[in-house]
Design a protein around this ligand. Structure first.
Ligand code: HEC
Length: 139
């Protein structure tokens, strides 16, 4: 009798352990960003500049797609190794809640798992090209 209980307990615990390993863990949200005032009101001097569209797409593919995914839904191949949820650029409510300057800060300065791009995307025109591309992913 005692042996049966031990065997049963082992099976139950084993099943839970297996479940914990195979079911993907919900990523934690990073929480609100603390964005300095000068960024919040920063003006996008390249807003609506159609000549930058192709450029922005290329830069996004090179620097951002691996985590944020093709459509910005946070499902790039590298995303599964991250602790924090990269968010969803397609989400209209999120898009409407952030100013261009805030997007600039998050995209270029980063925090934690979100890399800093100050030295990788140096040119101001390039930075806004990527941000305009992120904007275009809104659904
Ligand atoms: C190594 C993976 C990785 C790469 C590459 C990456 N990001 Fe991120 N990004 C993240 C993660 C993780 C977060 C969430 C960080 C947090 O909330 O603390 C994030 C957050 C963001 C946010 C804020 C999203 C939100 O919902 O608040 C923006 C905007 C952003 N990234 C833009 C970019 C841009 C633009 C690029 C390319 C220039 C890029 N990211 C490249 C991982 C990445």
């Amino acid at each position: 009798m005692k042996n049966r209980i031990i065997i049963l307990a082992t099976i139950v615990i084993g099943a839970f352990a297996l479940l914990a390993f195979t079911v993907p863990q919900e990523k934690k949200k990073g929480g609100p960003w603390e964005i300095p005032a000068e960024y919040k009101t920063m003006e996008n001097t390249y807003k609506g500049d159609a000549s930058l569209e192709k450029y922005g797409k290329q830069l996004y593919a090179k620097h951002c797609r691996s985590c944020h995914g093709n459509e910005g839904k946070g499902d790039g191949p590298k995303a599964r190794n991250l602790d924090t949820d990269p968010g969803n650029f397609a989400d209209a409510a999120w898009q409407n809640s952030v100013t261009d300057g805030e997007l600039y800060y998050m995209s270029i300065m980063g925090r934690d798992d979100m890399p800093n791009y100050e030295s990788k995307i140096v040119d101001d025109e390039e930075r806004w090209a990527v941000i305009n591309y992120v904007r275009s992913l809104k659904e």
